[in-house]
Design a protein around this ligand. Sequence first.
Ligand SMILES: NC(=O)c1ccc[n+]([C@@H]2O[C@H](COP(=O)([O-])OP(=O)(O)OC[C@H]3O[C@@H](n4cnc5c(N)ncnc54)[C@H](OP(=O)(O)O)[C@@H]3O)[C@@H](O)[C@H]2O)c1
Length: 329
Amino acid sequence: MSGPYRAAVCTALTGPDSIQIQDRASVPLARDEVRIATRAAGVNFPDLLMTYGKYQFRPDPPFIPGMEIAGEVIETGAEVAAVKVGDRVTAGAKGSCFAEQLVVPSSAVMLLPPALSFEEGSCWRSAAVTAWHALHDKAGLQAGETALILGASGGVGMAAIKLAKHFGATVVGTGSTQSKRDAILAAGADHALDPAAEDLPGQVKSLTGGNGVNVVFDPVGGALSIKATRAIAWGGRFLIVGFASGEIPSFPANHALIKGYSLIGLRAGEASRRDPDLAKRTQAALHGLAASGAMRPHISQTFKLENTTDALRALEARNIIGRAVITMP
Ligand SMILES: NC(=O)c1ccc[n+]([C@@H]2O[C@H](COP(=O)([O-])OP(=O)(O)OC[C@H]3O[C@@H](n4cnc5c(N)ncnc54)[C@H](OP(=O)(O)O)[C@@H]3O)[C@@H](O)[C@H]2O)c1
């Protein structure tokens, strides 16, 4: 069994300032568990929401936030065959990831694609799986179609840009600052627009020959969602991915009827948990894309574990382009 380790602990549901660095003792492994020395942890929007108790999974404090890591296997339970000590891996969990060690069932561990560094591997999986489930499984995005990616400079948005381009779509992304729009174009989008522009739907239509887009990918919510429905083509698919704006939109059903579009909600993690075959197919596809470099995440800032509060504050202030990562020695 490994020794004590440091963790970033949320001590109250008052936001990132409640995070304290505390020492934790290692516990013995169950037979199917794996202990990982964490090298990097990706910072996801739900981590921030959890510090306020505003995410759908709402643990009581004290708890360790963080949902994905990359690191090295340092111990395996007696029944674990899929990985061995020394393997470079990624893992996902409902919390507990902002810590120097993570213990998870072996089913939550995946070998790190060799093309990815620990930092890239720590922030790749959740966004890539979300983009894949949305654009591939739910929208069936086809080559030659058009996609509008809202919040396109965010972690999930950037993965969606790369995947939509991989599928052969024309991609329009929104970014609220010039540096975000530059990053969206650098990630491969064909066009980048300001989501605050009043005539956003008109701008999207003029980029798509007057038709509007076939698919809207929306991790932002609020008024922007409703604005984006005015930019959707006849028979389009509107993907409800998340509410980073903090506002849940109410869609006018008559508009969906008149324009014949579908409103499609999705939960990528839950879909994989409910359908292990889907999870396996998704992993195989995404490993291929990571190995080819088509799905490399964009990391704009790294933070040490003791600066976890700063990482979450930066996310809250909308200062992160792509992903922020917490690194550990
Ligand atoms: N359904 C699923 O399975 C699933 C899976 C993973 C994540 N999600 C959800 O997807 C959303 C995005 O996650 P993410 O990790 O990509 O987050 P992120 O990296 O922080 O990106 C979110 C983007 O939303 C935009 N935004 C608009 N208003 C905002 C506000 N008030 N605060 C923060 N950002 C705002 C920002 O772009 P601009 O500045 O350009 O507006 C930002 O780049 C979250 O709601 C998350 O819970 C859903």
